[in-house]
Design a protein around this ligand. Structure first.
Ligand SMILES: [Zn+2]
Length: 306
């Protein structure tokens, strides 16, 4: 009797907790905070978005720990950057989770890098960008023009997964998009004096931001993505830096600081720790504040120079 009761209870709960019912939320598993935030913006309170990594973690390297496997197993939709960014941990996670709803290559598995123009794609298969960015640069979220196509893909999937709330998803998406387009054009007019400024970065995390703002990358502290700075590369970088003024030495909150501290000490060029993603600073709570804060930090560097 007890057994039957629990069976009925389970069936009853699953009926009422399926996506689309009043109480259930669509579970989004994002590999990085930027995609969790974007999915939450579009899904609102109909979606529960979870990020496998936080802003203080290098998304290239995390461990496929049991709690992540459990989260992935229950996901209705998976969103990752792709282009090899999660190569070290996502395949293991997918395999161990065995999620039949959201599988690699299926409609409920989105890779942002497949939805936008990729930069630094290899011309030849010589691995000139090292092993870490062998398929092109995967850090696609830092050009605001890359956000709308990814938002579109997310809303299309949410409408299918949870058709009962289709109208709400469409409205949320339209609201987000209108606000995003207005913000992008405001940021572009505010940031016009950054054009042509030279920066040094630790890792090629900022390629899309540099491309968007028309900054000039002098060089990275890493000789190749994922390879730590070494003395011969740093000496070469020092010579390049001394050719013309440099606005800042940029790194993410999780990047090692020895290289940028060394270069800053030698040259007096300020270091700039940019938030990189949502949660990179306490006040960076969504994609809007991510770009606003990033531009504020650059503006501060420009003001300090003049
Ligand atoms: Zn990278």
């Amino acid at each position: 009797m007890k057994h039957i009761f629990f069976t009925i209870l389970t069936v009853f709960s699953s009926l009422f907790l399926a996506p689309g019912s009043a109480d259930a939320k669509v579970r989004v598993f994002a590999c990085e905070p930027e995609w969790a935030s974007l999915a939450q913006s579009i899904g609102g309170n109909l979606v529960e978005a979870y990020s496998a990594t936080h802003a203080a973690q290098d998304p290239h390297y995390i461990r496929a720990r049991p709690s992540l496997i459990a989260k992935m197993r229950r996901a209705d939709l998976i969103i990752c950057s792709g282009a090899g960014l999660e190569e070290g941990w996502l395949p293991v996670l997918l395999q161990k989770a065995g999620n039949t709803k959201a599988q690699h290559g299926g409609p409920n598995f989105l890779l942002a890098a497949n939805l936008v123009p990729l930069l630094e794609t290899p011309v030849t298969l010589d691995r000139s960008m090292g092993d870490m960015h062998a398929q092109g640069n995967p850090h696609v979220h830092l050009n605001p023009h890359n956000i709308p196509p990814i938002a579109t893909a997310i809303v299309e999937r949410l409408k299918v997964i949870d058709g009962a709330n289709l109208t709400t998803y469409e409205q949320n998406y339209e609201t987000f998009l209108a606000r995003w387009i207005a913000a992008t054009s405001r940021w572009e007019s505010e940031a016009s004096d950054l054009k042509g400024r030279r920066i040094v970065t630790h890792h090629k995390s900022w390629t899309y931001l540099i491309d968007w703002l028309e900054l000039k990358l002098v060089n990275t502290l890493e000789p190749k993505p994922g390879i730590p700075p070494n003395s011969s590369h740093l000496e070469q970088l020092l010579a390049q830096v001394n050719e013309a003024p440099v606005l800042a030495i940029v790194r993410s909150p999780y990047a090692p600081d020895q290289g940028s501290k060394w270069l800053s000490g030698k040259t007096g060029i300020p270091e700039a720790i940019l938030p990189f993603t949502v949660g990179g600073e306490d006040e960076v709570t969504d994609l809007f504040s991510l770009f606003e804060r990033t531009l504020d930090i650059f503006d501060g560097a420009v003001d300090a120079k003049s």
